[in-house]
Design a protein around this ligand. Sequence first.
Ligand code: SF4
Length: 458
Amino acid sequence: MKTLNVDLDLVRKYNVAGPRYTSYPPATKFTDTVTREQLAAQIAANNRSPRDLSLYFHLPFCETLCWFCGCTTVITLNHDKGRDYLDYIEREVARMAPLLNPDRRVVQLHFGGGTPTFLRPEELRRLGDIIRQHFTFSPDIEAGVEVDPRRLTRDHLVALREIGFNRASMGVQDFNPTVQQAIHRIQPREMTQQAMDWMRELGFGSINLDLIYGLPHQTPETFRETLDTVLTMQPDRLAVFSYAHVPWIKPAQKILEDKILPTPESKLEVLKLVIEKLTADDQYVYIGMDHFAKPGDELTVAQRNKQLQRNFQGYSTRAGADIYAFGMSAVSQTPEIYWQNEKELPKYQAAVEAGNLPLHKAYIVSAEDQIRRETIMRVMCDLSLDYAGMSRRLGINFEEHFAKELAALTPFAEDGLVKRTAGGLEVTDTGRLFIRNIAMTFDNTLSATGERKYSKTI
Ligand code: SF4
């Protein structure tokens, strides 16, 4: 792909609220009507197959709150809370592991947060021991961890490598000191560079940096400087998110309303800058949505080979694995059900203490949902649909089933975002920026009026 030129008129036209499709239906559809007994029956049914496993651990603690944060966190300076939390994780894993088919191999592992490196190195090692005691890792496991350079020692990374982690992701957001001050996250460039140097020395295979645009005091000029700095660091992947302002879910974000937030126009200029600068000279491939990867990175290769997947951790290269997630608020997923653990620490702890699965909400996926999910995921990951292939895969006549939706794609085709081919359609390079909008065509859970629950697609 050559440098991608961004047409701001198209961005304005398609900038509506929509889900991010890390699940389908979106998590806003989960309800508390599914009982623990129903969940146990679903888990038993799922374990009649030897499908691979993807394990997720939510480690929610952070020392301070970044004002923009949309994650489920527990803010504390008391590091003993991390140690106590591991006692609950240990019990939760011990409760779940006997329900799982022992032939199932772990092909993917993810520590997310919060800040996983809030745990002390010896606590990370303990968590690794808990996991390995109950599960078998595949030799080619994809194991990724979210790292906060502000709460990191080299020994944290040594411990993570011992467990088997080979990928790391770090939040940067912006290198500009004024922006960092405004978002309550001071992280000098040297700190990020030191973390990357340690990771490379210790053999982390792929390093991702997260940036956010739409934060206070950002301008296209300041963000250009941040991008220049990032490009000197050469991460393997970059995620550049649009700041999601959802104060009705995250009240702390209201603090940012008192600061100088960029105008929508300035935000669009930054988006244009990001895509054009990162894709210039094929430095990075625009995977879609907010993600960029080096041309040789596993993510790019998986997309080229149509093996990319999308789940709660974003894009992934491991297909056909079911996610079993541990810790407060963590979301598990099999083909037939999504379920989320209790979102508040005391409730999560009480459920684990009582010996229960800490179920908060769930969603049983209908046959029609499965058809729509697979279609949306193929659009998001492959950037194309082959109707005959989809018919075989889904056991339907794809073109008949989605006649209305395929007709509704006409405006996208007229705007050059999709191209109809013999027997299918392809998302164009320009269309990559709008894949959320294109995917929304196949979503039958959206209300006609649009829902306030979602952030804007751009
Ligand atoms: S460190 Fe990450 S999870 Fe914690 S408050 Fe900041 S952005 Fe949120």
